[in-house]
Ligand binder design. Sequence first.
Ligand code: AMP
Length: 279
Amino acid sequence: MQVLETVEAMRAFAAARGPSAFVPTMGFLHEGHLALMRAARAHAPVVVASVFVNPTQFGPNEDFERYPRDTAGDLEKCRSAGCDAVFLPPVSAMYPPGHRTHVSVSELTGPLCGASRPGHFDGVTTVVLKLLNIVGCRAALFGEKDYQQLAVIRRMALDLDLPVQIIGHPIVREADGLAMSSRNVYLSPRDRAGALCLSRGLEAAAQAFGAGERDPRVLEATARALIDATPGAAVDYVEVRDALDLTAVEAPLTRPVVLALAVRFGATRLIDNRVLASG
Ligand code: AMP
């Protein structure tokens, strides 16, 4: 496995080895990331991952400085997941002095995480477009855990005619249902237990949907009740939206929707979601 730290080295690898399947990450890797890397093998003979904590997608009061990092452990995990190369650029390689260009997807980035993290998705789309251009992949894999991010990146790829297939991967969960996240390490034992209110809230709403409930406000309230009953949990949002374009929806639901939620435990913000579709 090659570890490439400059744009030039990454491009040289791509030129020598041909189009790859690519998994961008911010590191502190867990099984969710590794599942994407293993799945990547089905999309190209060469698998490339990147580990880059992208400063432009963090707000001024967010956790960029304290975001967990473990480069040696990450490289070992990438090796075990079968990556052929890892792109590991320093911030200065991605944002050299004078950098002025940003990519911004409108509408889709307004609600949900976009409402509580202004500028976040511009940072994401800008760095993802740069990474796709540098890595030269033919497919890129993203987790459905970051549902809005996946929708925004799909839109960007369509709108900008990127020659890259964007592939979504199902959410990987801990045995008890908590969606895996690098940020789970921040949770105190009490909050780790309380964090189950996200997956349980989604499950309760899915049960109601399965039983025929088609009022999005009732589905939201069903999930929210479990979160509100959890000590230390503060709702950022609990929203049912159109599964494809994330627009607001009203009763009665007729098309597939996503129930998306974000919950804070102290300074730690967790997200999860579930698609609700009949038949
Ligand atoms: P991150 O390092 O958090 O930026 O995540 C890198 C990629 O891994 C993104 O496409 C995420 O959606 C994906 N990912 C993170 N956690 C999970 C998970 N639990 N299940 C599936 N994909 C995940």
